[in-house]
Design a binder for this molecule. Sequence first.
Ligand SMILES: Nc1ncnc2c1ncn2[C@@H]1O[C@H](COP(=O)(O)OP(=O)(O)O)[C@@H](O)[C@H]1O
Ligand SMILES: [Mg+2]
Length: 268
Amino acid sequence: MANVELKNVIKRYGSVEVIHGVDLSVNDNEFIVLVGPSGCGKSTLIRMLAGLETTSGGTFLLDGEEASGPGADRGMVFQGYTLFPWLTVKKNVMFGLEVNGRSGSAVEQEALQWIDLVGLSHAVEKYPSQLSGGMKQRVAIARSLANQPQILFMDEPFGALDPHTRSQMQMHLLQIWKNVDVTIMFVTHDLDEAILLSDRILVLKANPGEIHEYIENPVPRPRSDAQLLSPEFLAMKQRLEELIHPKTHNLDAELPMVRMTSTSDQVE
Ligand SMILES: Nc1ncnc2c1ncn2[C@@H]1O[C@H](COP(=O)(O)OP(=O)(O)O)[C@@H](O)[C@H]1O
Ligand SMILES: [Mg+2]
């Protein structure tokens, strides 16, 4: 768990300001989801916080301490599978611990516990090429959590999965988050996913990227797919839709009517 404080965090690439002054306060064990139009700076922001990218200004405090560069206190899971193909599931999870200077049978035991937590005890000796997409992401999550980060950053981690697997992974992640003491910041452009997972949703806007709105998620926990059509879920989704893709004018009124068939066409 971690308490995160951002004050006026800025990112410039050359003379272009990509992130314009983000202020944010995240509570211990909070599940924050970032949404916003493509290119608004979600990945840039999360990469800065994970220490994979420098900031161009502002301050970032993790439990009151200024944070810079990657650290074992921060974990990251991306969309692409970042497992080592030549290592088994167990060795992939052990790797993160060994990189941080640990060794011996305690490391193996710990790795096995994290693998168990993500439901892959039956696959410890398998190689990544033998796993489905969902299983690979579970290994990536186990590997990140094995270092017991205070905060886990996830950038569209389920974006490459088929809808059914994705939905299973969402429920699975909620279960893990409930059982592990960790704060999560998660990027997605899938609004159902954002609402299913979050305590709070940060809506970013583009050019330059900044926070448009912070929204407390009113949908009660525990969450499940059964809520997707509940009134509060749909109202929340509509609100997000309007914030991310504001209707500026009525396009239909401007487009010429095109007849795709003539009355003599046989269309049935
Ligand atoms: N390394 C880079 N150099 C220059 N511009 C970049 C770089 N990385 C991202 N950008 C720009 O920053 C903006 C935000 O990108 P990104 O954080 O990837 O957006 P998102 O994840 O919300 O789609 C985009 O305009 C993108 O082109
Ligand atoms: Mg991105």
